[in-house]
Design a protein around this ligand. Structure first.
Ligand SMILES: NC(=O)c1ccc[n+]([C@@H]2O[C@H](COP(=O)([O-])OP(=O)(O)OC[C@H]3O[C@@H](n4cnc5c(N)ncnc54)[C@H](OP(=O)(O)O)[C@@H]3O)[C@@H](O)[C@H]2O)c1
Length: 281
């Protein structure tokens, strides 16, 4: 089958493209830059969606771009690079003569409010409480297909936590839900038919519920190095901007309830196994 991947040139997209091609599928990337096996966002806007069975959007200005200072212009780019590309793809899907069978939008867990005690699943109610959760709301809304198209195109939203990987590594396991939206099976569970009720949401996280501290300690162990003392909050906020520092300093406990219910077996269910694979120990 053919899959169109917005932002397929990036960290996650390169791995997804490699996995799809390895399975014999064709991939066309939507990018700001033209090139082989690519179309640009302008091409997509002008010519419509090329015939395909699946579409994915991974495009977005990097939230941790070390070359950009946390200011209004950067924040604007974080929003527009995700929302405009998602809207362009959703519109192209809706007006395609033969829309794809699946449409997968990858957003993030920033919609869930950081908490020491709460455990979030896909069933958790949430409303925007800060800049990044507002971004997730507008981003997911931009991806909604019209009701008539949604009865034939399966809509999936994946909300990943931090994606780990050196050159792939644990990403195979963490990103496997991508396959689910592309017509594969969810473990032994049945595929849900497309529905006009809105997208299926999957938390794209491993089952182990690790805090930032546990992550740091596990990484230290995997690397055989002592764990560094945590950087004080005020330093992080000053360096990164308070709204962004939340991602690294606080975090949420998010469970992949729906994926686990389906019987899917994770290749790297905990941090130790995942980090061992990535650092090669
Ligand atoms: N990596 C993670 O840990 C993680 C965690 C949670 C959620 N996510 C989300 O998952 C998606 C993919 O993540 P990733 O790490 O693969 O992203 P990435 O490598 O930082 O970027 C993906 C692609 O987005 C395009 N892009 C960058 N800036 C853009 C801009 N200003 N306007 C339009 N397109 C732009 C680029 O493609 P071209 O240069 O080809 O245009 C880039 O290759 C992102 O939306 C990210 O927010 C990632």
């Amino acid at each position: 089958m053919r899959v169109i991947i917005g932002g397929g040139s990036g960290f996650v997209g390169r791995e997804l493209t490699r996995l799809l091609r390895k399975k014999g599928h064709e991939v066309t990337i939507v990018s700001r830059q033209p090139g082989p096996d690519r179309i640009t966002w302008d091409d997509l806007d002008a010519d419509g969606l090329p015939p395909c069975e699946g579409a994915v959007n991974l495009a977005g200005e990097n939230l941790m771009n070390p070359l950009r200072w946390w200011n209004e212009s950067y924040k604007k780019d974080l929003f527009s690079s995700r929302i405009d590309t998602t809207r362009t793809l959703a519109r192209a899907i809706s007006s395609a003569p033969t829309p794809p069978r699946s449409w997968v939008l990858v957003t993030g867990v920033a919609c869930y409010k950081p908490s020491q005690t709460a455990l979030y699943t896909e069933d958790s109610e949430w409303t925007p409480f800060d800049l990044l959760s507002q971004l997730v709301k507008e981003w997911e809304e931009a991806g909604r297909l019209s009701d008539d198209v949604a009865t034939t195109t399966r809509q999936v939203v994946i909300r990943p936590g931090a994606v780990l990987g050196r050159d792939g590594g644990a990403m195979k396991q963490m990103l496997t839900p991508f396959w689910l939206g592309l017509g594969g099976t969810l473990g032994s569970g049945p595929l849900l038919p497309p529905t006009a009720d809105g997208p299926e949401v999957l938390n794209g996280v491993a089952p182990a519920l690790n805090t930032n501290r546990e992550f740091t300690e596990a990484l230290g162990r995997a690397l055989g190095r002592p764990t560094l003392f945590p950087v004080p909050g005020f330093v992080m906020r000053a360096l990164m901007g308070a709204e962004r520092a939340v991602v690294l300093m606080e975090g949420q406990r998010v469970a992949p309830k729906r994926t686990l219910e389906s019987g899917y077996e994770y290749q790297y269910p905990d941090l130790r196994a995942a980090l061992g694979e990535i650092v090669g120990r």
